[in-house]
Write a protein that binds this ligand. Structure first.
Ligand code: TRP
Length: 501
C-alpha cells in the first residue's frame, strides 16, 4: 500500500478546513439568521453554541481523522467494530449534498457571465426563474433541461475536478487562492456597502439587539443548527482532511483557528449584505425589512443583484466581485465533499485515487443533472431540507454517541492533548458525552414533531405534494441509510481490523 498523502504545510490544512467550512451559507444564511433571531443578541446563543457543540465537535472530527489515519468509514470501524456504516452515512450524505451543491455552483457560474452585462436588468427575479432556470410548474414536471444551467454545471464540475485532480497536493495549492480571495472580495463589498447612504439602517436591522428573543427556544435551536451547518460537520470532510496531517500535528489550535476564521467571515458578510439592503431601502424610500427578503438563493440571485443595479456607478464591477466571492466561497466547500467521498472509497478498497476522483466526479455530474432540469429547483429544495434537518443532525448525534459513550471522550482527549498547543480540560468530555447529544437529539426530535404536526394538518414542506416529499425526502434518506449499511458490511482487506499502511 502506498504511503498516505500529506499536506505540504500546516497552513495548507488550515486553509482547506476553512475553505470547506466557509461556503455559501456564510454569505446568505448567517446574516439573515442573526437579523431574524435577535440581531446582535443572537451572538450570545451563537457563541454558546460554538463552545458547547461546534468547537468540541470539530476537534473530535480532526482528532478522529488524525488518530485513525483514514476517512470516516475506516476511522469509525477502528473506533468500534461494526460502526463502519456510520462512516458511510457521512459519505453517502456528502454525495447527496454535492449533487445539488454543484448545481447552485452552476447558477453562480452562469451569473459570472451575466454580470458582464448585468443581464438581469430591472427584473432580476423574473430573469432568474424564467431565463436561467426556465422553471416548470412543479416537481411533477421536469420539463427537459435548462441549457444555461447545463452549461454552468459542466463548467462547475470541470472546476471541481480540476481543483482535486491531484488530491491534497492540488487542493493545498488551490486553497491558497480560494480562501483569501473571497475575504478580499468581501472586504471590498463591505467598504462599498458602508459608504452608501442608508447603510446604517441596514446595519441596525442586522445587529440591533433584541434580548427578549433569547427566551425563545427557536432562537437557540437556530444558533445550534447554524453552528453545526457552518462548520461542515458530519459529512466526513474534517475527518478526511485531518487524516492527511502528519503524525506530529496540533489538533485543538487548528480547530480554533478554523472556527474563528469561518465565523468571522459570516459576521463580516452581514455588513456587506445589510449595508447594501439599507441602501436599497433608502433609494426606494422603503423599510429595510421590506426589501431584504429572506436570504438563501433569493439573496444571491435576485435581491442582491437588484441592489447592485441601483448603485451609483460600477454595477458590473461590483456584480463580478459579488459572484467571484460566491464562487470562491463555494468551490472549496464543493470539492471538500468529493475529497471526503474519495477518501472513504480509497481507504477501504485501496483503489487508485486518481481514478476514483474521476469516477466520483463523473457519477456526481450525471446525478446532478436531475437538478438541472426545469423542475430541478423544487427537488433541490426538498432534498436540501431533508438531508440537513434529519440526515445531518442524526449523523452528528450518532457521532457524539460513538465517541462520548462507546469510545470515551476522555480517551480521545488524552490522545489529542499531548500533541496540541491548547490543552482541553474535562469540560470537553461533558460537552461531547452530555451536552451535544442532548442538543442534537432535541433538535432532531423537534424537527420530527414539526413534521408530524404538519402532516396531520395536511401541510407539507414548501407546499409540495406529499408524493414529492416522500420521494425527495424520505425515500432519499432511506436510500442513504440502506446504502451505508451495505457499504459498511462489505469486507475488504482494509477493514478486517488491521491497520492500513
Ligand atoms: N459549511 C457550508 C456553508 O456554510 C455548508 C456545508 C454544510 C458544507 N455541510 C457541508 C459544505 C459539507 C461542504 C461540506 O455554506
Amino acid at each position: 500500500m502506498q504511503d498516505r498523502e500529506r499536506w505540504s504545510t500546516r497552513t495548507a490544512f488550515i486553509f482547506a478546513a476553512i475553505g470547506s467550512a466557509a461556503g455559501l451559507g456564510n454569505a446568505w444564511r448567517f446574516p439573515y439568521m442573526a437579523a431574524q433571531n435577535g440581531g446582535g443578541a443572537f451572538l450570545i446563543p451563537y457563541f454558546i453554541a460554538l463552545i458547547t457543540a461546534g468547537i468540541p465537535l470539530i476537534i473530535t472530527e480532526f482528532a478522529i481523522g488524525h488518530k485513525f489515519q483514514a476517512g470516516a468509514p475506516i476511522a469509525f470501524s477502528r473506533i468500534k467494530k461494526g460502526w463502519e456504516s456510520l462512516g458511510w452515512l457521512t459519505i453517502t450524505a456528502s454525495f447527496v449534498i454535492i449533487t445539488y451543491y454543484s448545481v447552485i455552483m452552476a447558477w453562480v457560474t452562469d451569473y459570472l457571465w451575466y454580470s458582464l452585462k448585468t443581464a438581469w436588468a430591472n427584473a432580476p427575479k423574473d430573469f432568474f426563474f424564467s431565463k436561467v432556470l426556465q422553471i416548470s410548474s412543479g416537481p411533477d414536471e421536469l420539463g427537459g433541461f435548462s441549457i444555461p444551467v447545463i452549461i454552468g454545471l459542466i463548467l462547475a464540475w470541470g472546476a471541481i475536478y480540476w481543483c482535486i485532480r491531484n488530491g491534497v497536493r492540488s487542493v493545498g495549492k488551490v486553497v491558497k487562492w480560494t480562501v483569501p480571495l473571497p475575504v478580499i472580495m468581501l472586504g471590498i463589498l463591505v467598504i462599498r456597502a458602508l459608504t452608501l447612504p442608508g447603510a446604517i439602517d441596514g446595519v441596525n436591522f442586522y445587529l440591533n439587539p433584541d434580548f427578549s428573543k433569547l427566551l425563545e427556544p427557536k432562537v437557540w435551536a437556530s444558533a445550534y443548527g447554524q453552528v453545526f451547518f457552518t462548520l461542515s460537520l458530519a459529512t466526513g470532510v474534517m475527518i478526511a482532511y485531518a487524516s492527511y496531517l502528519p503524525k506530529k500535528s496540533d489538533i485543538t489550535n487548528n480547530a480554533f483557528i478554523t472556527v474563528f476564521a469561518n465565523c468571522g467571515i459570516s459576521f463580516l458578510a452581514g455588513f456587506a449584505v445589510f449595508g447594501t439592503m439599507g441602501y436599497m431601502a433608502f433609494t426606494k424610500g422603503a423599510l429595510v425589512s421590506e426589501v431584504a427578503g429572506n436570504g438563501g438563493i433569493g439573496l444571491a440571485f435576485w435581491t442582491y443583484p437588484e441592489a447592485i443595479s441601483l448603485l451609483p456607478f460600477g454595477s458590473v464591477i461590483f456584480s463580478l466581485v459579488f459572484f467571484i466571492m460566491l464562487f470562491t466561497l463555494g468551490i472549496d466547500s464543493a470539492f471538500s465533499l468529493i475529497e471526503s467521498i474519495v477518501a472513504g472509497l480509497v481507504d477501504k478498497w485501496g483503489w487508485n485515487k486518481k481514478k476514483v476522483v474521476r469516477l466520483t466526479c463523473l457519477v456526481g455530474f450525471i446525478i446532478s443533472l436531475i437538478y438541472a432540469t426545469k423542475g430541478g429547483l423544487y427537488w433541490l429544495d426538498i432534498v436540501d431540507k431533508y438531508i440537513n434537518n434529519f440526515g445531518m443532525v442524526a449523523i452528528g448525534l450518532f457521532e457524539v454517541i460513538a465517541i462520548g459513550w462507546l469510545y470515551k471522550s476522555s480517551k480521545l482527549r488524552s490522545y489529542f492533548n499531548p500533541i496540541s498547543e491548547i490543552k482541553l480540560g474535562r469540560w470537553y468530555d461533558v460537552m461531547i458525552a452530555v451536552i451535544t447529544p442532548i442538543v442534537l437529539g432535541g433538535i432532531l426530535i423537534w424537527n420530527i414533531v414539526q413534521e408530524i404536526i404538519d402532516a396531520i394538518n395536511g401541510k407539507f414542506y414548501g407546499g409540495y405534494p406529499l408524493w414529492a416529499i416522500i420521494v425527495g425526502g424520505w425515500l432519499m434518506l432511506a436510500v442513504v441509510i440502506i446504502m451505508s449499511i451495505i457499504l459498511g458490511k462489505i469486507k475488504s482487506q482494509n477493514n478486517l481490523g488491521r491497520k492500513a499502511n
